[in-house]
Design a protein around this ligand. Structure first.
Ligand SMILES: *[C@@H]1O[C@H](CO)[C@@H](O)[C@H](O)[C@H]1NC(C)=O
Ligand SMILES: *[C@@H]1O[C@H](CO)[C@@H](O)[C@H](O)[C@H]1NC(C)=O
Ligand SMILES: *[C@@H]1O[C@H](CO)[C@@H](O)[C@H](O)[C@H]1NC(C)=O
Ligand SMILES: *[C@@H]1O[C@H](CO)[C@@H](O)[C@H](O)[C@H]1NC(C)=O
Ligand SMILES: *[C@@H]1O[C@H](CO)[C@@H](O)[C@H](O)[C@H]1NC(C)=O
Ligand SMILES: *[C@@H]1O[C@H](CO)[C@@H](O)[C@H](O)[C@H]1NC(C)=O
Length: 386
């Protein structure tokens, strides 16, 4: 639990939705959480919400639930446009549950767009420690609670977006390298196709086929006098493992049965970390090692997303300033690699539904490299989700 709230700082990153007049939402950082500011109700009230590509339903703490906490609760009674849908919903997250009555009310983006949005006004939440008023669900409505829809799909339906997509980056400036987003295929960024479960899309995800960890062995020189490098590769059969891109999660969570081999490939001993025999120092997060995840949904086109160790550092581990959170933890599932904020904030990502109606969806997620000067500074990282 970390309810220590720092002062607000605009980190000038943004969440943008594809529209002629691009709708930009600056991303705010509060105590390592990334949030966006929306206006809700009539008269409007500001609410800071954690954006979560890993869930479908948005929720705001209700007024009573927020009482006494440094947050702004939703007060249905004080909004003339509030509509009670008469449904009590409970959302189960990996970290706990949130429940409340379901409402529809007007959401606004700084006067640039307004629409009727369904959400839960939570009277109970296991997220009482978050430094915001709730969550903005940005997955697919197929996993949303009864009577609710995701924010972006609601905006698409309301005709507010020219293109059914949104982009995100956590960087330092209002700049990004992808010309028109990073979803144009490999080159500037890679483009992965989305998730189909039966007939519905549920999460922003792609089929994971390969992991490669590489490291330079600085002290050993080969016959040519150059530093030697080593790499270790793990593979998954088609359909065996999914990579889920989840901004609501904290780090990279990998299959329990593979985690030791993944650490070994970058020269780290998982057992030592697990039993606390080794506390990873931030100095161990350096560009001498890198990890590459390879995705392919069709087995024909393969997309690599690579990152060097220095970019995965999140300091403040084990209460020490010089220690950093280990790069991987166990996901609890052999078929799941969860890419949380430690990974996602290193890229400009574009989430493209590929169609304006559910029937025509062809989701793709694009990864664009951020120029070094636009990469986010290290934040003291605590996990958002267990
Ligand atoms: C809204 O008003 C109703 C009826 O007066 C009351 O039961 C309810 O507790 C109020 N809700 C809040 C959040 O104050
Ligand atoms: C929200 O819905 C109400 C009732 O259907 C409608 O009158 C209002 O114009 C809608 N507001 C927006 C911003 O779409
Ligand atoms: C939230 O509302 C539900 C439904 O009315 C109720 O069962 C539950 O006890 C409430 N929780 C709290 C913490 O008041
Ligand atoms: C597909 O959806 C079903 C029902 O929601 C779920 O049980 C199953 O785990 C999903 N499959 C994958 C690969 O996520
Ligand atoms: C791994 O090592 C092999 C052989 O040493 C090399 O050909 C390959 O390019 C390396 N792969 C990566 C991702 O570093
Ligand atoms: C880089 O990190 C590795 C562990 O991943 C460590 O062994 C090595 O000493 C580090 N290099 C420097 C220059 O700190």
């Amino acid at each position: 639990m970390h309810n220590h709230i720092r002062s607000l700082a605009v980190a000038s990153a943004l969440l943008r939705a594809g529209s002629a007049a691009v709708l930009d939402l600056p991303v705010w950082f509060r105590n390592t959480y990334a949030l966006v500011n929306l206006q809700v109700g009539t008269p409007v009230q500001d609410h800071l919400l954690v954006f979560d590509t890993g869930s479908g339903t948005s929720w705001l703490a209700d007024k009573k639930c927020a009482d006494g906490l440094p947050r702004n609760g939703y007060d249905a009674n004080a909004s003339t446009t509030s509509f009670d849908l008469g449904v009590y919903n409970s959302i189960g997250y990996l970290g706990g549950a949130t429940g409340g009555f379901t409402y529809r009310d007007v959401f606004e983006l700084g006067g640039a767009a307004a629409w009727n949005q369904t959400f839960i006004a939570a009277n109970q939440s296991s997220w009482s420690f978050i430094p915001g008023d709730g969550f903005l669900g940005m997955g697919f409505s197929s996993i949303a609670q009864p009577a609710t829809k995701t924010v972006v799909e609601t905006m698409i339906e309301a005709g507010l977006l020219d293109e059914p997509k949104f982009g995100l980056y956590y960087g330092k400036e209002f700049e990004y390298t992808g010309a028109d987003g990073a979803g144009d295929g490999p080159g500037k960024g890679s483009s992965l196709s989305g998730d189909l479960n039966g007939t519905v899309y549920q999460l922003w995800r792609s089929t994971l086929r390969k992991f490669t960890g590489s490291r330079r062995l600085n002290d050993e020189e080969g016959e040519d006098g150059e530093p030697q490098s080593y790499n270790g590769t793990l593979e998954w059969a088609p359909g065996e493992a999914n990579g889920v891109f989840d901004t609501g999660a904290g780090m990279i969570s990998v299959p329990d049965g593979r985690i030791a081999a993944m650490y070994a490939s970058i020269g780290w001993d998982y057992e030592d970390l697990y039993w606390g025999r080794r506390v990873p120092l931030c100095a161990d997060f350096n560009a001498s090692w890198s990890v590459t995840f390879t995705f392919s949904d069709d087995g024909v086109q393969f997309y690599d997303v690579a990152i060097t160790g220095d970019r995965l550092a999140r300091n403040g581990f084990a209460g020490r300033e010089d220690a950093c959170t280990p790069p991987f933890d166990a996901s609890g599932s052999e078929g799941l690699v969860l890419f949380g904020q430690s990974f996602m904030r290193q890229f400009y990502t574009v989430y493209d539904f590929g169609g304006a109606e559910v029937e025509s969806y062809k989701p793709r997620i694009g990864f664009g490299e951020l120029k070094a000067e636009f990469r986010p500074p290290g934040v003291d990282g605590k996990e958002m989700r267990q």
